[in-house]
Design a binder for this molecule. Structure first.
Ligand SMILES: Nc1ncnc2c1ncn2[C@@H]1O[C@H](COP(=O)(O)OP(=O)(O)OP(=O)(O)O)[C@@H](O)[C@H]1O
Ligand SMILES: Cc1ncc(COP(=O)(O)O)c(N)n1
Length: 267
């Protein structure tokens, strides 16, 4: 049996709902062997972020090298990268190792408002990392920050996707969790055309780590050989099940149910 391998370069969430923990659970559920490079440790629960402890650049680089030199990987995703120095180091490692299937989840602010990316690091994200990416998966506020434009309508979303694609990333997927309405719409732009993925909006506060889980599911599907469009379809089904079959952990914004997709027969 050969198993596909994926890596997450992201922050650790002690509460287990987002970051490295969400990514590894999602890889596992989708039958992909998960590895990681931890960029920062966060002391976090469903009520918020209580501390952020960035790793040294050397530690982030060594974790990537250790995995690349022995285990190898079929796809990788980035999450919380925190600083310009870490973004530059990760971009250099992607180039050095020739990693191709790179999914960037441009994590900026935690649900409770804590900054997970320093403001000055936006420039490095745009100029150093996005040109190396196969896909970037911003939510609406992140798409606004990267494109520099306000998003109020579907047309605005399309304009923002084009502006982000002009930075060199091949596919832009703007997630619709922050929109309003009974249906969520995630918009994929492949440089030529648009495709929409929709789902029923669930009325719940347990949406901690939805973006991490979504991009990890895309990464696992791409590691297994799916196209970006098929991977987005899988990720949408994975996150829909994870939100719908809530597990209600903690008293704040709880995590989603990473088992739900497989329990429903997906793989
Ligand atoms: N209440 C909800 N019901 C159904 N789907 C949702 C809901 N909230 C988010 N989603 C879906 O979850 C995925 C992640 O989108 P979202 O916009 O929440 O990302 P995010 O803000 O980066 O997440 P997070 O910051 O919590 O990690 C998208 O597919 C989105 O449509
Ligand atoms: C380590 C880490 N990475 C990402 C998020 C974003 O998730 P959310 O927006 O749901 O708080 C987080 N809270 N913590």
């Amino acid at each position: 049996m050969t198993i596909k391998k994926a890596m997450t370069i992201a922050g650790s969430d002690s509460g287990g709902g987002a970051g490295i923990q969400a990514d590894l659970k999602t890889f596992q559920e989708l039958g992909v062997f998960g590895t990681s490079s931890i960029t920062a440790v966060t002391a976090q629960n469903t009520l918020g972020v209580h501390g952020v402890y960035p790793m040294s650049v050397d530690a982030v680089e060594k974790q990537i090298d250790a995995v690349a030199s022995d285990i190898g990987l079929d796809a990788l995703k980035t999450g919380m990268l925190f600083s310009t120095e870490i973004i530059e180091a990760v971009a250099a490692k992607i180039r050095e190792h020739g990693f191709k299937n790179v999914i960037v989840d441009p994590v900026m602010i935690a649900k409770g408002g804590a900054p997970l990316l320093q403001e000055e690091a936006m420039e490095a994200l745009k100029t150093k990392l996005l040109p190396l990416a196969l896909v970037v998966t911003p939510n609406i506020p992140e798409a606004e920050a990267i494109s520099g434009m306000s998003i109020q309508s579907v047309e605005d979303k399309k304009e923002a996707a084009k502006a982000i694609a002009s930075l060199g990333v091949k596919h832009v997927l703007i997630k619709g969790g922050h929109d309003e309405g009974e249906i969520t719409y995630d918009l994929l732009y492949d440089g030529e055309s648009f495709h929409t993925f929709s789902g029923k909006r669930i009325n719940t506060k347990d949406t901690h780590g939805t973006g991490c889980t979504f991009s990890a599911a895309m990464t696992a599907a791409i590691a297994k050989g799916a196209s970006v469009r098929t991977a987005a379809e899988t990720a949408k089904q994975f996150i829909q099940a994870a939100i719908e079959d809530g597990i209600h952990i903690g008293s704040g914004h709880g995590p989603t149910n990473h088992w739900a997709y497989r329990q429903r027969g997906g793989c």
